[in-house]
Each structure stands twice: as C-alpha cells, then as structure tokens.
Design a protein around this ligand. Sequence first.
Ligand SMILES: [Zn+2]
Length: 481
Amino acid sequence: MERKNVWETYDAKEQKKLEAFCGEYREFLDHGKTERECIDTIVNTIEKAGYRELATLGKSGEGLKKGDKVYSVWMNKSIVMFQIGEKPMEEGMNILGAHIDSPRLDIKQNPLYEEGGFAYFDTHYYGGVKKYQWVTIPLAIHGVVVKKDGTTVEINIGENEEDPVFFISDLLIHLAQEQLEKKAAKVIEGEALDIIIGNKPLVLDKKSRSKKEDVQGKEDASGKAGKEAVKAGVLNILKESYGLEEEDFISAELEVVPAGKAREAGFDRSMILAYGQDDRVCAYTSMKAMLDVGETDRTICCILVDKEEIGSVGATGMQSRFFENAVAEVMNLCGDYSELKLRRCLSRCCMLSSDVSSAFDPSYASSFDKKNVAFLGKGMVFNKFTGARGKSSSNDANAEYLAHIRQIFDKKKIHFQTAELGKVDLGGGGTIAYILALYGMNVIDSGVAVLNMHAPWEAASKADIYETYRGYKAFVQGACL
Ligand SMILES: [Zn+2]
C-alpha cells in the first residue's frame, strides 16, 4: 500500500502556512540547543499564550476551571503543560509527549588539561553517537555553571558569527593508513573526543613580572612561559569573562553541540538540516498544537522530558514521578482529587508518545523494509511497536487504539504513514511510550521521519513537520477512547 506524497496535496495558501510554521521551528531549534534552553524558550512562549505556573497558582489558593492553562517545570529540564477541558479529569486526558534532550558531548567534572601546547576540555558523550561524526566540525559550548554561592552562570559560546568555536582534531589522511584499518566503532574512541579550547600561553604584563610572580601556569620571573601556560591562559579568560575558577566545573552542566543555525536544505528548500531535531521536532510541534487547538472536551496535556536518550532515568526523565505528581496537583486545584480518581484519570488517557522515526535512506536501502519504513514527505509516522529482537522492550499499541486514530486522522485529512525503525534484527530503539503505558493508558509511538538520526546534523521534511503539527491538533481535539 503506497502513501501519498504530502507536497502534492498542498495549495499555495497551505504552503505559505507551512513555510511560516517551519521558519518559527528553525528559530526554536536555534534558541534551544540544550534541554534547559528549550525549557526557557517554551516557558516564554506559553506564558504569552496564557499559561500560568502550577506551583504559584497552588500557593495563591486559586482553583482551576475549564479552559485554564497551567504548566509545571521540573529542575529546569522537563515540563508538563495542561489545558483544562469540559469533562472531569477522572475521565482521562489526551496527552502529547516528546523529549528535549539530544545526543552531544558533556564536559567532565575535572575537564581542563594541557597537552602538546593545546588546552583541552575532556568530555563524556551523551546518548547514542557515531563518534567519528564529531571530529573536525565547529562546536559550541552551552550550559550552566552553578557556583558555590548558588549563583548560576549561563554559558553559550560558538553560535554568534563573532564567537570563537571549538573542535576535535582528527589524524591527517597522509598518516592515517593504520587508523583507516580500524572498525568504524573504534576509529575515534570515546576518550579521544576531547575538544581543543586554546593554544596561546598566558603572558604576564611587565608590572606583574616585576613583582617576580612565580605561579604555576604563569610566566616565571625570567619572563619564560611557565608550566601549563596555555591552560592558565584559558583559566584567565574564564575568570575575566565569567568569574569562574577551575573548581567551578565540579558543579557545571556544559554540553558541547554542533555550532551553527538550523538551515533549509535542498534547491527546493524542502527539508531542514539541524542539530537536535531528535526529538525537538516533536516537542515543538506538540507545544504548538497545545497552543493552537482551542477549547477541548477532555483535559489536554503535553509532557516534554529530559534524559530519554540515556533511558529516561533520573529525576527529570520520564520514569520520575514528577508527571504523576503534577497531575495530582492539577486535579486538586480542580477540586476533584482523590487517589482513586488520579488512578482512573491516568488509566483512561490517550497518548501520542512522539519521537523521530528513521527515514528510508536510498544509500543504505538494504537496512530497511521498504514496505514498512517511513519516507520523507509522506506525513506523520506511527510506529505500532518499536523495540528490538522480537519487539523486545516495545510498547505495542492496541489495534483498537490505532483504529480510533485512523478515524480521527482521516476525518481531518491528515497524512500519515506507518513504519518500523528498520529491518528485523538489525538493531532497534526505545522511547518513553512504555513508561506511560504502565498506567494502563492507550499509548502509541508517533512522530516525524528523520534522515541520519543522531548525527550532528539531522534532516527532516518541512511537509512532515507541518503535517505532524496538524496531526497533534486533531488528536488532542478528537481522541476519546
Ligand atoms: Zn528520540
């Protein structure tokens, strides 16, 4: 069964809407290269649309009623949004879920060292990466350093034209005979992913020299550069620009990501090439659907979480109780909370667990089952199941639920396709779907097809992005099972 190419179905008016939508999406990506940055951008956007913070509302003693919009942020890295519907929450909600963390290189707690005249930051990669893809590309550093006194220094270097960038070296081709014999998994090892951050030794001015300072890393009394002078030079800059000491890296979360903005791709500008589209493409479309849907019968909810790429663990991952707690608080403010009602609510929800799906890549055609793979430009993707080796660890959505979704999508003329990640037994992947399914609710994996997923630059079709946004709106409006 062939699915239609979505581009062929749009008229000029719809294409204009699509272009405007994707322009804003690119801006979202440019402002959100870490989960914390995404949360900042999302909160700014939804507050303008009338969303209020749950905790503040709780303290004021004000209750919640139909049409009210609230959100709760957890540790600056995860967020839940609710828009209260007509029906009691006990009857269940319609939920959109996605993740806002992406593969990257995290800077270690004791990262700074000097070797061969270069200063380096030592890193530990986060999530699934092909390590060889991260060398010799311009990199930016984003994140926070929390100082001992509790103040937070925000870091964002490498995105503006005038900013410096950072990079990881690779062996020149002329000497790479032995390296090129290695397996791709070994050709660049994890410990080799250290970024070069400086090459100029600290040189003291005359006044300091006359004081005969003899500090490690600074010039000695004779005027010769001291030990680790390049590292000292970097530390000096960090001190002057950000007030940071070397010890402050202990309480820092700094993420090394590809530098540069999201771009349109192809002569026809049909695609977007950007870092972190897994899974910010689903996060952005979900948030926008929440904002644009209007009043609904059921309460609608959007969960955008951290730590999906490393197993949904930790206080800000989907396995954390923060979502369940937030639902309880919302029910309480609606004047309708009891433990039993909360359980009923959670078990009666309909959810789209959204994550990117692998797109058919003609250059690697043998990795896909062409009948059961997503194609760029053929609409929103549904994965009835994910998992690996005999659907292991998969949330396998119910046929009844899929039938309900088909009905909603066909009624609103939303283009969708169904897919598996790739050929049976070639690999696999997981999402947050199985965690919400623990409550007994209906959950299905869905999202946008992406080419070269988890690479520094991932590609997606503008038509799929727009169609997915339309699909999410139809879902939160119409789902009720
Ligand atoms: Zn993902």
